[in-house]
Design a binder for this molecule. Structure first.
Ligand code: ADP
Ligand code: MG
Length: 228
């Protein structure tokens, strides 16, 4: 069954400097200033297509190739939904591998405004769970990790998601390839129904479409296809 959604197919623009400026988005001026400091002046095509929808609170399915700037396309909406004064996990980003989760954590930390003191934790398998439990006990606003380890913390009650407002599935196609479908479904069961779900993928196979139709609410679709 297909999702009921609008599809905007936009060709990838090969000139990354041609996109609209971040200042055209409904972002607080300090966030735009921080982006400028990072050298982010203009949006990449996937950012220009996704950010207005995601910042308006829509569920979103976004597909574009690796290296096109998908991290900021979900990190900025996730940070916009966050209340820095509420010290509880308000966002979860599921990633296929530890390496990718660490990259996403780094990018979120760069994009967050320093004065907000946002705490972001990476939770992946292969790292000692005791250390992660101790870090979680100190509190966090954002958790980034692999589905298996996040589910492990949820079943131990060392992580609770009752304050979650944004769920991100990053590299959804790779997570399914790696056999994470069931773990993802079990994590989602423990997320509040009232939330924004953002799904990012480099490709859009049937499995990803099926997952989206199960877990998303009237998702908008943004797919960037390359012109040949
Ligand atoms: P993807 O997730 O699509 O593979 P990334 O989010 O990892 O892509 O971004 C690729 C690179 O582009 C990163 O080094 C990131 O810092 C940089 N980048 C992303 N958006 C912008 C932008 N608007 N302006 C300049 N650099 C950007
Ligand atoms: Mg990415």
């Amino acid at each position: 069954m297909s999702t009921s959604s609008q599809t905007a197919v936009t060709p990838v623009n090969s000139d990354p400097t041609a996109g609209p400026p971040f200042s055209s988005l409904p972002l607080p001026p300090p966030t735009v200033a921080n982006l400028q400091r990072l050298g982010y002046e203009r949006m990449t095509p996937i950012q220009a297509a996704s950010l207005p929808l995601a910042l308006a609170g829509k569920d979103l399915i976004a597909q574009s190739k690796t290296g096109s700037g998908k991290t900021a396309a979900f990190a900025l909406p996730l940070l916009a939904n966050l209340n820095p004064r509420r010290f509880a996990v308000q966002a979860v980003v599921l990633c296929p591998t530890r390496e990718l989760a660490e990259q996403v954590t780094q990018e979120i930390r760069r994009l967050a405004r320093a004065e907000d003191n946002i705490k972001t934790l990476t939770l992946c398998g292969g790292a000692p769970i005791r250390t992660q439990i101790a870090s979680l006990a100190h509190g966090a606003h954002i958790v980034v990790g692999t589905p298996g380890r996040i589910l492990d913390h949820l079943s131990r009650d060392t992580l609770a998601l009752d304050a979650l407002n944004t769920l991100v599935l990053d590299e959804a196609d790779r997570m399914l390839d790696m056999g994470f479908a069931e773990d993802i479904a079990n994590v989602i069961k423990l997320c509040p129904a009232q939330r924004q779900t953002l799904l990012f993928s480099a490709t859009y196979p049937d499995g990803v479409a099926k997952m989206a139709s199960r877990f998303m609410r009237e998702p908008q679709e943004v797919k960037l296809t390359e012109r040949h």
